[in-house]
Design a protein around this ligand. Structure first.
Ligand code: ADP
Ligand code: TRP
Length: 315
């Protein structure tokens, strides 16, 4: 039996946080043994937000080191960079030609930006079509992501169905893989943890930074259990154990926060050290990325040949 295919990507927009890790990245690591995995750096998606050469370069290398530090193993899965595979942008264009404006206007990310009266660039409007291309080129069975990306994976499914209907069976329909308990990891203010809310705990934080983040967790004085502290803590200890501790230390917010700092440090310190090791040899990390892109290119260009054939541009 052939192995199932996994694919996902993260934008190089800065330091990842524990929400990114538990919501999505951990699944890449956990599933790499039993799947044919493709995990990529979504740099062309990030270009919507980062338009600065040095920052882009730094972030790309950053996420590559993050991937290696969490345990993605290039022997087991393919790590590549979106912009190395021209087929992604080419296929996104083809999808644009049969996708309607009202359909894309229903995308949450677009609607949110519009509601905030932001000036929206075409790349942001079109974001789901590039993401559909990212996914469909590799025919994955599962796409591990956090809840906020569910709609985007559904857009990829719809787009596959529409293409198949117009041009004939070509693309496999992907499934999002969203783990219920970590679908939306909460941040230090009780809202969804997100870089844009300034409420994160960085996955590779130094001890002092962990302390600062935890001390900033918003607590209310209504009950004995500080729910924003607990919501983060339950990622690091079994809940039966945690419930006992929180009952014993009811109302002692400072002690509970100190325990969370300890637990976070225990979890983060080895990751941080591994990342520092990988950072000592960036040319080696870049070689891994280059080799991954070469492998991905073979799959993507084969699929793209089929697409060109189906749409009739191969004469
Ligand atoms: P951010 O919202 O912090 O900018 P990204 O858009 O880079 O995060 O997301 C990378 C991956 O992490 C995606 O699969 C996304 O769904 C997931 N993710 C982001 N924030 C969370 C969260 N708070 N809880 C669970 N998953 C998350
Ligand atoms: N949009 C995703 C995010 O913001 C990143 C991404 C781009 C992605 N292309 C993808 C995720 C394909 C999964 C599959 O996190």
């Amino acid at each position: 039996m052939s192995r199932k295919v996994l694919l996902s990507g993260v934008k190089p927009t800065g330091a990842p946080h524990i929400g990114n890790y538990f919501g999505a990245m951990k699944q890449f690591v956990d599933l790499q043994k039993e799947h044919d995995g493709y995990v990529f750096i979504a740099d062309y998606h990030a270009l919507n937000f980062i338009q600065d050469k040095e920052e882009m370069k730094k972030n790309i290398i950053g996420i590559l080191l993050d991937y290696l530090a969490i345990g993605l193993d290039p022997e087991k899965l393919t790590i590549f960079k979106q912009s190395d595979i021209f087929e992604h942008t080419e296929l996104a264009w083809i999808f644009d030609t049969f996708t309607t404006m009202p359909y894309l206007e229903r995308a949450h990310a677009y609607k949110d930006a519009k509601a905030k009266n932001k000036e929206i660039n075409v790349g942001t409007f079109n974001y789901p079509m590039l993401m559909a291309a990212d996914i469909l080129l590799y025919g994955p069975d599962i796409v591990p992501v956090g809840q906020d990306q569910k709609q985007h994976v559904e857009y990829a499914r719809d787009t596959a169905e529409k293409f198949n209907r117009i041009f004939g069976e070509t693309f496999k329909l992907p499934e999002p893989m969203i783990l219920k308990d970590v679908a939306i990891v909460l941040g230090t203010d009780g809202r969804k943890m997100s870089k844009s809310y300034n409420n994160t705990i960085p996955l590779f934080a130094e001890y002092e930074e962990i302390k600062k983040c935890v001390m900033s967790i918003v607590t209310d004085s209504s009950g004995g259990i500080p729910k924003n502290v607990y919501a983060i803590h339950k990622l690091f200890r079994p809940e039966d154990e945690l419930k006992k501790i929180y009952a014993e230390k009811s109302g002692k917010y400072k002690e509970l926060k100190e325990l969370l700092i300890e637990d976070l440090e225990k979890f983060i310190a080895p990751l941080r050290e591994k990342r520092k090791e990988f950072a000592k040899d960036i040319p080696k990390a870049l070689k891994i990325l280059k080799a991954g892109s070469e492998k991905a290119k073979i799959i993507a260009s084969r699929k793209m040949e089929e697409v060109r054939d189906k749409i009739g541009v191969n004469v």
